[in-house]
Design a binder for this molecule. Structure first.
Ligand code: NAP
Length: 251
């Protein structure tokens, strides 16, 4: 049997795709043949144009995923606009940086609610559809801080470690029902999320020194793994957190 990365006819929902990693993933899934629903709080005009250039159609569902209120509507609108849901990429995420002594409850709740709570409940809502059809792929965007503690980002480390845990927990229940659940842990990728680190000369130097490949990652570096995990080529992979990090975790 030929190994296939083809996503023709598949229907994918990607959160937080107006920029960065989510944008690169949405465009790559479209290039592989999927119909795309985008979901986020900022209008993804550039991403819509990039997808249109691939010949695919995309739809935009406006929703603020800092809480779980819009989740049922997001799945209903996805199904109404692209005909169903075969692939969910939980990419939307935020980070808050502060010293431990100063860290606030607001910075804790905002990150955990967006990066972990909404990810779980959106997955649950998508899984209800995927279980009915007996197939589906859920891809969570984790982090190196699913494995490490990081510096000055305790709520982010907690949320992303939680993403690794919930990826395995969901996989254990959904894999027998035909749905694979995996996560991608990006290394240091040049996006808005890491703008403060890139601008900090000391941290930038420390980070680059530890990456064997010797450069910051680009959003496109994450997209190939997302296509793979969305495709039939990964049908026997589930419950995994795959690092795409230029070699960082190997050091
Ligand atoms: P980014 O450019 O800041 O993108 C984050 C995306 O999430 C944006 O589309 C953002 O929308 C969206 N988002 C944030 N809060 C939201 C909310 N309440 N409701 C809906 N959408 C929301 O950063 P990125 O680096 O591409 O991050 C994408 C994912 O990768 C995140 O989960 C991040 O934690 C993870 N990650 C990034 C790195 C890295 O080095 N860059 C490393 C590991 C993991 P707005 O534009 O409206 O804010």
């Amino acid at each position: 049997m030929a190994i296939s990365f083809d996503l023709s006819g598949r229907r994918a929902l990607v959160t937080g795709a107006n920029t960065g990693i989510g944008q690169a993933i949405a465009v790559a899934l479209a290039q592989a043949g999927a119909r795309i629903a985008l979901c986020g709080r900022t209008s993804p005009d550039e991403t819509m144009d990039l997808i249109a250039a691939t010949g695919q159609t995309a739809t935009n569902i406006a929703a603020d995923l800092s809480n779980i209120k819009p989740i049922k509507r997001v799945i209903e609108e996805t199904v109404a606009s692209i005909g169903g849901i075969d692939i969910l990429v939980n990419n939307a995420g935020i980070i808050r940086r502060n010293d431990l002594e100063e860290f606030t409850e607001e910075d804790w709740d905002a990150v955990v609610d967006t990066n972990l709570k909404s990810l779980f409940f959106l997955s649950q809502a998508a899984a209800l559809r995927m279980i009915d059809q007996g197939s589906g792929k859920i891809i969570n965007i984790a982090s190196l801080l699913s494995f490490q503690g990081g510096i000055r980002v305790p709520s982010y480390a907690a949320a992303k470690s939680g993403v690794a845990g919930v990826t395995k927990a969901m996989s254990n229940e959904l894999a027998p029902k035909g749905v694979q659940v995996n996560a991608i842990a990006p290394g240091y990728i040049a996006t808005n999320n890491t703008a403060a680190l890139q601008a900090d000369e000391t941290r930038n130097h420390q980070i680059l020194e530890r990456i064997p490949i010797g450069r910051w990652g680009r959003p496109e570096d994450i997209a190939g793994t997302a296509v793979f995990l969305s495709s039939a080529a990964s049908d026997y992979i589930t419950g995994q957190v795959i690092a795409v990090d230029g070699g960082w975790l190997g050091r």
